[in-house]
Ligand binder design. Structure first.
Ligand code: C5P
Length: 396
């Protein structure tokens, strides 16, 4: 049994929230319905009260001594807003909390599921699309509307997703949100910069996206996440403890300092392998270019994690351009890893600095090709396998 807050906003699809509510009750969930004032113009609170046999919440001021928004937010295993109107999406995206529903959504740490329903033009408007992107980046789960007949008597995108699609999305989110509960995950991501002088550095094309997506997915699965992040403009996920670093030395110190309590560590950072042996304290004039650049090795953070690992499930990446799997298997053994994700960086359409990737996951005695796709989807597939492998490891 899960305690679910069902937020109902004011759109014509509000009547469909009653069927959803009934389905959840029949699944054994305890449903607290929170309605906006506009939702009450479309459907009566009585309908939800009868379906749930629980009080329906329509105002912050019904029983203020109960501090209803905090109580509901804390007790919920998930908050689902069905239908989510353009107005509610805009408010949630900007953190506006001017009624009970938006207060609950802001106050909760539980997963947020949003099922938008509205007129096609409103849905396709760049403002709505930007709000949806913002919410998704922040970890909200969007159940996309379908194309079909709308109240305006025309066909278009914006029709609320089917009841069973929303129920399945909610079940999936709830199952995932428990999977890594109580697990500490440490992730390194992004490039490092190794200074030549105060304005020049050696680095690489990594944006940290793969590690950031792995962190986002781990949070969605209930993990407690430390993200050690090199220089990037890509936003880390809401809910991660982020340590910003610049050099390999800084990344190494920050990572090792957090390694002891980590149940799972994933090294996705593209750490610079060499640094200038001498970093000039003052900017070098272009006329004074050195004839050659002496380099020295940076610390291998993953190898250091492998050497001192004490029960941590350790995952590395192998960005290769040839003999991918042979090199990766060698690394798996040499760095004491439990799994390694291999990606082909010779392909310009995947890998460093792109939105897509192609990953094969290898472990002792096993292999799973995760295919090619957006890094967010791959992060999800990767965690599906990693969670399974780790569970098998701790049970065995
Ligand atoms: O040995 P190689 O650099 O190819 O190994 C790649 C893996 O090792 C990646 O998981 C990367 O994050 C990690 N690594 C590291 N510190 C380094 C170099 C690589 O943690 N200095």
């Amino acid at each position: 049994m899960n305690r679910i807050v069902l937020g109902v906003a004011g759109g014509i699809a509000a009547y469909k929230a009653a069927a959803l509510c009934s389905a959840l009750v029949q699944c054994g969930d305890e449903v607290d319905v929170v309605m906006t004032a506009d939702a009450e113009r479309f459907i009566g609170a009585l309908t939800f009260a009868a379906l749930t046999r629980r009080p329906v919440h329509t105002s912050l001021w019904q029983a203020p001594e109960m501090i209803p928004h905090i109580a509901l937010a804390r007790e919920a295993a998930a908050v689902a807003v069905v239908p989510a109107t353009a107005n509610v999406l805009a408010k949630l995206a900007h953190g506006i909390a001017d009624d009970l529903l938006t207060n609950v959504a802001l106050a909760t740490r539980a997963p947020l599921i949003l099922a938008p329903a509205m007129n096609t033009a409103m849905y396709e408007h760049p403002a709505t699309q930007a709000n949806l992107r913002t919410l998704q980046e922040r970890g909200a789960h969007i159940v996309a509307p379908e194309a079909g007949f709308l109240a305006e008597r025309e066909s278009g995108v914006g029709r609320l997703a089917e009841r069973d699609v929303i129920v399945a999305a909610l079940r999936d989110v709830l199952a995932r949100s428990q999977e890594l509960a109580g697990t500490r995950v440490l992730i390194t991501a992004g490039p490092t910069r190794e200074a030549l002088d105060p304005v020049r550095f050696l680095s690489n094309a990594s944006t940290g996206t793969m590690g950031i997506e792995l962190a986002r997915e781990a949070i969605a699965r209930g993990a407690d996440v430390d993200l050690v992040l090199g220089p990037t403009v890509v936003e880390p996920p809401f809910g991660a403890r982020v340590v910003r670093v610049t050099t390999a030395d800084e990344m190494c110190a920050a990572t090792l300092a957090r390694a002891a309590g980590a149940n799972i560590a994933i090294a996705s950072a593209a750490v610079a392998d060499w640094r200038p042996a001498l970093a000039q304290a003052r900017k070098v004039k272009k006329e004074d270019a050195p004839p050659a650049l002496a380099l020295e090795r940076t610390p291998d953070i993953l190898a250091a994690l492998g050497e001192r690992k004490n029960g941590t499930f350790l995952v590395g990446f192998a960005a290769e351009t040839h003999d991918l799997e042979a090199h990766a298997r060698e690394k798996l053994v040499r760095k004491h890893l439990d799994a390694i994700a291999v990606n082909d960086v010779s392909d310009p359409a995947s890998g460093f600095g792109t939105g897509d990737n192609e990953i094969v996951l290898l472990w002792d005695g096993g292999r799973e090709a995760l295919g090619r796709g957006p890094k967010r989807a791959l992060a999800r597939s990767m965690w599906n396998v990693l969670a399974r492998l780790r569970a098998a490891r701790s049970n065995g």
